[in-house]
Design a binder for this molecule. Structure first.
Ligand code: FAD
Length: 120
């Protein structure tokens, strides 16, 4: 039968790095694939902004477009250069989608990404 546990385990074990943030991108949850890909344990990232993954070289206008899109309650898809805890850069194909509450206000953001370095 469908249960919260089933949903949790499916997200937890999904083969894509998944994180859930508040409306300002503060990380509330990260799954196992996120830990493996980024090199950060969840204890290290929970409470931090997703900017912890930034390689510090992405042009500001890329982030501005990202934020404009998701604040309009739309899904942003794009590729960012991310940096792991160990300092290695990788090409991240991201999907960032708003999670709305009953009043249609942004409650959380859902982030999903995978490493596409080898595909380019
Ligand atoms: P900042 O100087 O803080 O911001 C750069 C620009 O982004 C600013 O000019 C501003 O216009 C805009 N901006 C930043 N925060 C906000 C805000 N709260 N509201 C409106 N506009 C804002 N970034 C990555 O580099 N890699 C990721 O994998 C990644 N995953 C994300 C996943 C989710 C679910 C979300 C919501 C965001 C993610 N981000 C990711 C974006 C991240 O939160 C930062 O905005 C980004 O990394 C820039 O951070 P900064 O401190 O370098 O730059």
């Amino acid at each position: 039968p469908l249960s919260p546990r089933l949903f949790f385990e499916a997200v937890e074990q999904a083969p894509s790095a998944i994180s859930i943030t508040d409306a300002r991108a503060t990380i509330l949850y990260a799954n196992r694939a996120f830990e493996i890909l980024t090199g950060f344990s969840r204890a290290e990232v929970i409470g931090q902004n997703e900017a912890i993954l930034s390689n510090q070289a992405t042009p500001d206008n890329v982030y501005q477009h990202l934020w404009r899109t998701i604040q309009r309650k739309q899904t942003w898809t794009g590729t960012l250069v991310n940096r792991t805890k160990q300092g290695g850069d990788y090409l991240a194909e991201l999907i960032i989608a708003p999670v709305l509450d009953r009043n249609n206000d942004i409650k959380y953001f859902l982030g999903m990404h995978r490493d596409v370095t080898k595909l380019h």
